[in-house]
Design a protein around this ligand. Structure first.
Ligand code: MG
Length: 254
């Protein structure tokens, strides 16, 4: 009797699975639900030659030639004073941060950077710079190849808020990429944040920040805090005293 009962049970389970599977299939293909289909056809964008090259709708912020799209972020402004040579811009210690003349809100950003091939210093003192979205929210740039520091301060961290999911750093001196998708925060009329900023980061093509919430300005010496600002802000790159190189910077306002 036992084998017969088992067969019956097995057959019943098989029928259940088949029924469930076909139900799922029907739901996916025949019943899209109450959502109306999109009315607007997606715009046509010509992709770059490679996925690192700017697509046709990108704003090119630095193509290796000059820093004409940038200004000094110091009080008083003026020209960006970093060194441009051989297709890259390099931090000149003490000249200060640089920021884009144009301002952006929600965006997709591609940026390439390299820390010095000659390793000097350790922890936060080794190959430190940063990509500041809206001049306030830092995605850390650091030589994190075999260089210990606090986890939410290493390369790809949302500084002092979120450690990267993995450490996918290349060796000192090698070019690395960040592809960043950023959603700007929203504030009410009283200046209270009603929607925090969000960011997704791919480092060298690998996901390291998965749509995380940013808790506010990324300070190094005090807790994160939102201070209300407009819907757009400059992109800022940090002079942290180390000769970090940048190249191939483009952005797509979203
Ligand atoms: Mg930094």
């Amino acid at each position: 009797m036992k084998p017969h009962r088992l067969t019956t049970v097995t057959a019943a389970i098989a029928i259940m699975i088949m029924t469930t599977t076909s139900d799922i299939g029907q739901t996916q293909t025949q019943e899209p639900g109450p959502f109306p289909p999109p009315k607007k056809e997606p715009a046509i964008v010509t992709p770059g030659k490679t996925n690192s090259d700017p697509p046709s709708d990108a704003v090119v912020l630095f193509d290796g030639k000059d820093l004409s799209k940038w200004r000094s972020a110091n009080e008083g402004g003026g020209d960006a004073k970093w060194k441009v040579q051989d297709g890259y811009a390099e931090v000149v210690k003490g000249t200060g941060d640089i920021a884009t003349k144009e301002e952006f809100g929600d965006c997709q950003l591609h940026i390439e950077w390299a820390t010095p091939s000659e390793v000097k210093g350790e922890g936060q003192g080794r190959g430190n710079s940063g990509v500041f979205l809206m001049e306030r929210y830092e995605v850390q740039v650091l030589d994190s190849y075999d260089n210990k520091t606090y986890y939410h301060g290493q390369a790809g961290a949302v500084y002092k808020q979120h450690a990267p999911l993995v450490n996918v750093s290349r060796k000192p001196g090698e070019w690395q990429t960040y592809d960043i998708i950023f959603k700007a925060p929203k504030f009410d009329e009283q200046g209270k944040v009603i929607e925090r900023a969000r960011v997704t980061v791919l480092h060298n093509g690998v996901l390291i920040q998965n749509n995380v919430e940013i808790y506010g300005n990324t300070y190094h010496d005090r807790p994160a805090l939102y201070i209300a600002h407009g819907p757009r802000g400059s992109l800022k790159l940090q002079d942290h005293g180390n000769p970090i190189r940048y190249r191939n910077i483009w952005i797509r306002p979203l």
